[in-house]
Design a protein. Structure first.
Length: 403
């Protein structure tokens, strides 16, 4: 993958290129970015840039060849430093197909059958297919792609041993051996096996760790890496990507980009579930809370709990988005805000039933609920508790904490 295929992130790309051009490349980098930021595509693009034959000068040296009368090769003409991999040299072709012999990949996996001790290479073909189809996918997408269902993915002690073995070998083609370790959050204490390798790696060995949650990474590993923070792309970059890659109309792309708040993974999920009537689901919930009573609330909770985790998160984000629009409508003329009529109607109604303090309290509860859904909370219990909290906030103007 080339840098040009990564959405936005111009400043990060520039910084990574400078690390190579100015010979300041650390042996271990931690690409830390939230879901949908493109941290993994950036790591893939950077690994291709590092092994590119034009970037590191191999092709120029080969093109120069020996001088006319033997002896030293004729020096090639100097060119401006490259800011992206060429994409056409043999190394780039292999890297883009994820079959370069000097670029290794490690990621969470599951046993295919009880008693197995799986390693990442067991899922090599699935990994290449997943990255071709979903380069901005998250860990949940990957585990579902390999049929994990409710199984917990892991990066095992056996995988750590395999990493140590692979990186102890000499490089085949490139000047570097590169390991891309995706989701080090899935490393348990067995990750300490890698400490010596990360601290004192073989010559020209590059570790690229790609993570979303810094607090879940072993501190012993974290302290041995150079941090590269990956922000979410700008809304304009997401909009452009949706127009060019997903062939959306400008207005629809703008709406989805704003709703996803820079999370490209979330934007793609919104496109896939474009037929979901979140406005109707929200109206039904609010009516159950404020008017129809416990029977309607239980029915709504049963319905929402049957949806998948990703769709539940989307619904909560959509409600959050409408609350933010409602707050804006209190201070900005509605004609100046590019809000669809349906959303504007609900936002104005939210302003009638809740003041700013109540809306802020609800936003906080929705954020917490999304956090717990990410961590596999029991959906029925979570939405039951959330319904009770919203009932108290809206009816009694109080915030309750239910543990």
């Amino acid at each position: 993958m080339a840098f040009s295929k990564v959405i936005g992130q111009a400043q990060v790309k520039h910084s990574l290129v400078e690390l190579v051009q100015q010979n300041r490349l650390s042996h271990a980098l931690l690409f830390l970015g939230p879901e949908g930021s493109g941290a993994l595509p950036l790591a893939l693009a950077f690994s291709q840039y590092v092994v590119c034959e034009k970037v590191n000068g191999k092709q120029e040296a080969a093109a120069a060849g020996p001088s006319l009368f033997g002896g030293e090769p004729v020096p090639a003409a100097k060119t401006a430093p490259m800011t992206d991999a060429c994409g056409v040299c043999p190394a780039c072709v292999r890297a883009s197909q994820m079959v370069h012999p000097d670029i290794h990949y490690s990621y969470p996996v599951i046993p295919r059958k009880p008693g197995d001790k799986p390693v990442s290479t067991d899922y090599g073909s699935e990994w290449r297919e997943f990255m071709e189809q979903y380069p901005y996918g998250n860990a949940y997408d990957w585990l579902q792609f390999i049929g994990a269902e409710n199984k917990q993915g892991n990066i095992t002690a056996q995988e750590c041993n395999d990493i140590i073995h692979k990186l102890s070998l000499k490089s085949f083609e490139s000047g570097y051996k590169v390991l891309i370790l995706w989701m080090p959050e899935y490393l348990g204490n067995e990750g300490n096996k890698l400490l010596k390798l990360i601290e004192e790696p073989p010559a020209n060995t590059l570790f690229l760790l790609v993570a979303e949650n810094e607090s879940l990474i072993l501190q012993t590993i974290l302290s041995r890496t150079q941090l590269v923070k990956i922000p979410l792309p700008d809304v304009a970059d997401i909009q452009e990507a949706l127009v060019t890659r997903s062939r959306l109309e400008e207005a629809q792309a703008r709406r989805i980009a704003v709703l996803s708040e820079g999370n490209y993974h979330e934007a793609l999920q919104l496109i896939r579930n474009a037929d979901d009537d979140w406005q109707g689901v929200l109206r039904e919930w609010l009516n159950a809370i404020l008017k129809n009573g416990p029977v309607a609330q239980v029915k709504w909770i049963d319905d929402i709990s049957k949806l998948g985790r990703e769709r539940q998160k989307q619904f909560l984000r959509y409600f959050n988005h409408l609350l933010e629009q409602a707050v804006r409508l209190r201070y900005i003329d509605a004609s100046l805000l590019p809000i669809p009529e349906g959303e504007k109607d609900i936002a104005l109604r939210l302003n009638k039933i809740a003041d700013v303090a109540q809306q802020q309290a609800i936003i906080g509860e929705l954020d917490r609920a999304a956090y717990y859904i990410e961590r596999n909370a029991h959906a029925k219990m979570l939405f039951h508790a959330l319904t009770i909290k919203l009932l108290h906030i809206l009816r009694e103007r109080t915030v309750v904490h239910i543990n």
